[in-house]
Design a protein around this ligand. Sequence first.
Ligand code: C5P
Length: 302
Amino acid sequence: MLMRRSATAVRVWAPAKVNLFLEVLARRPDGYHELATLMAAVSLYDTLEFTEKRSQTKFGNEEGATALRCDHPSLSTGPENLVCRAVELVRRESGRSDGVGIRLWKRIPMAAGLAGGSSDAAATLAGLNYLWRLGWDRSKLIRLGAELGSDVSFFFAAPAAWCTGRGEQIEPLRLSRALDFVLIAPPVGLSTAEVFRGVAVPSEPRSGAAIRQAVAAGDVRELGRQLHNRLQPAAERLCPAVADLFARLAGKGPAGQLMTGSGSTLFALCRQAGEALSLARALHSARDELGGARVFVVRSCD
Ligand code: C5P
């Protein structure tokens, strides 16, 4: 997560993530699922800008309002937006009641398994920590992130992490080389809760040891062979485009391909940046067959 302060504002670039491995270990009594997942942040960003906003009430007090503006017409900017919930959490935790103006430029597809909303929430915690000079350390931000959603905390440990529990227990990982991907995002998103409801919990879950080894060794071919997402069959039942696009990516012969998170986006893992560009070009030239899916060429974040 990249941050810049100007005289009047703090800007944060909030990356998307992909899951290279996602295993479901158990259903929990609280309605969540116990997971083991390997996540990597990638170079597709929403941008958020935070500015101080001081307004006076008729009694002369300062009023703490949140004014969120977003360039995406279908995203609600009301109190249920994860960004607004993150502001409220920071106010509660810090005791500050200052108003804040937020502009959000959305580029990460929504309900797509790329954690755009979670990344925006993480950026809000980090951005206000900086704007209001709260001095919170990373472990505090990780704890607050977990209150907002299962994959918010990851963004404080990016570029890569092994995540367990609901997804909020983070073990940062080093990527020994940059990874190149092509993302393909169908126009229809998927509800995370609905996908989880359809998942079959395996009696013998995969451990993920082999993919962790491949990441540590920087072995992209082996990484491609070890890609795994337990949620993909459930997502394919809800959205047949996922299976169709998966087969299309496989047909192009990348190191591997997979759905990310709870979908509906898929990615191809490529051996080098040049291969990602050629693959994206090939998809683009057959765009009439992609059912309106959008294609992005991205790289793992530093
Ligand atoms: O934590 P978050 O709000 O992102 O989760 C959205 C929904 O996804 C949850 O309400 C739950 O239904 C499902 N989920 C789950 N197990 C997880 C994470 C999410 O069942 N580990």
